[in-house]
Design a protein around this ligand. Structure first.
Ligand code: DP6
Length: 400
């Protein structure tokens, strides 16, 4: 029986997601219930993922967690909320008569170790992948099944969207207990094989205003945010779902850019104002609009979260040329060969006409590097015991 084993460990991976209809603002801080629904694209784990091991043993005396090799405080309210939720669901399951499926004594302490395959300092949304992975892995180890939105959400709102692959919506729900505030897949990862995602890493600096505090201030002070949540987002959710279903890139791209811009407008409408974009971000916005105008067609779209890095959507036949346009506008300062990471891109020359259309002063080193990726699957369980980040002693492997 599983409970007689000295230690039970499970290792899982979870993806990063990027919202094309943005979540910004909570109606309930405690339960992490949003003021509007949101919709995101799950990025491929070959390029961006979190890996988490959770282990349970009767020999552990306390809950502990290591992030990227460093022990962190398990007392953090968000971590505590996730753990409490999982244990509550496991208890509920056992009481409902599924006891055999809840393998271990729920009082056993848990050790968790988590790493990202991308630099946390790159300013990419690591908390979504991190909390989705935590929720998913804890669920495996405690034998909890079903929709884990309410667990992941307690860590970070956007994390519930990383529980699924492909295209995912987080329905805001109406209930005060949050039971109907859940993420669900709109279309699977294989739905739109031509879609490509480019992460333009602009700055590795830590952001000035975290999303949690930023959105609190926006909810308190921005009339534009209230208008957006009530009068703009509902129709946009329907339109975005349609664009995805029909693989309408023009519609998808236009709406993605407009929603990113409106989100950043609500940040500026917040008092005191918040600005996440910098001069390089704004130059990327211009570059995309010039690129599209040159072709008389929407071939590329940008979106920005709570930081200056751009996430670009385009189709496979446009990647090489857009990368050439980025290189032209932001010549790599050094390490030119490390400028592109991820999926292979066959170099393409930039036409003289396009060069002429991008006739501004290049900014060397403005974009540090580009991660080329695509739409990907949801969380996975790794069955190889060598994948565990914790050793049989329950401590991170390789730790002294
Ligand atoms: C701009 O999910 O990080 O990325 O729920 O407070 O943890 P908390 O916020 P978080 O906010 C993400 C905001 C965003 C837009 C989005 O991902 O939808």
């Amino acid at each position: 029986m599983a409970s007689e084993k000295p230690l039970v460990a499970v290792t899982c991976t979870a993806p990063v997601n990027i919202a094309v209809i943005k979540y910004w603002g909570k109606r309930d801080e405690e339960l992490v219930l949003p003021i509007n629904s949101s919709l995101s694209v799950t990025l491929h784990q070959d390029q961006l993922k979190t890996t988490t091991t959770a282990a349970i043993s009767k020999d552990f005396s306390e809950d502990r967690i290591w992030l990227n090799g460093r022990e962190e405080d398990m007392g953090q309210p968000r971590l505590q909320a996730c753990l409490r939720e999982i244990r509550r669901l496991a208890r509920k399951r056992r009481n409902a008569g599924d006891g055999d499926l809840v393998p271990l004594n729920l009082n056993y302490r848990v050790h968790v170790a988590s790493v990202n395959n991308f630099p946390t300092a790159a300013g990419l949304a690591s908390s979504a992948a991190g909390y989705a992975c935590l929720a998913y892995t804890l669920a495996q180890v405690y034998g909890v099944e079903g929709n884990l939105s309410e667990v992941a959400r307690r860590g970070s709102g956007s994390a519930c969207r990383s529980l699924y692959g492909g295209f995912v919506e987080w329905q805001m729900g109406e209930q005060t207990d949050g039971k109907d505030s859940i993420a669900r897949q709109v279309a699977p990862e294989v739905h739109w094989p031509q879609l490509r995602v480019l992460v333009l890493v602009v700055s590795a600096e830590k952001k000035l205003t975290g999303s949690t505090v930023g959105m609190q201030t926006s909810v308190e002070t921005s009339a534009l945010l209230k208008f957006r949540a009530e009068s703009v987002v509902p129709a946009r959710m329907r339109e975005m779902a349609r664009c995805i279903q029909e693989r309408d890139f023009h519609g998808f791209a236009q709406l993605t850019m407009k929603d990113s811009n409106q989100f950043h407008a609500t940040c500026l409408d917040t008092f005191p104002p918040i600005s996440y974009l910098n001069d390089i971000s704004r130059r990327i916005i211009q570059l995309v609009h010039h690129f599209n105008a040159h072709y008389g067609q929407t071939k590329v779209a940008y979106t920005f979260d709570a930081g200056p890095n751009a996430v670009i959507f385009t189709l496979d036949d446009t990647v090489a040329e857009f990368v050439a346009a980025v290189r032209h506008s932001f010549p790599p300062a050094a390490n030119g060969d490390k400028f592109l990471k991820g999926l292979q891109v066959t170099p393409a020359p930039l036409s003289d006409e396009l060069k002429a259309a991008l006739a501004w002063e290049p900014i060397p080193g403005g974009v540090q590097y580009i991660i080329v990726t695509q739409v990907g699957p949801g969380p996975q369980v790794l069955n190889d015991p060598n994948a565990h980040l914790l050793g049989s002693d329950g401590l991170p492997k390789g730790a002294a």
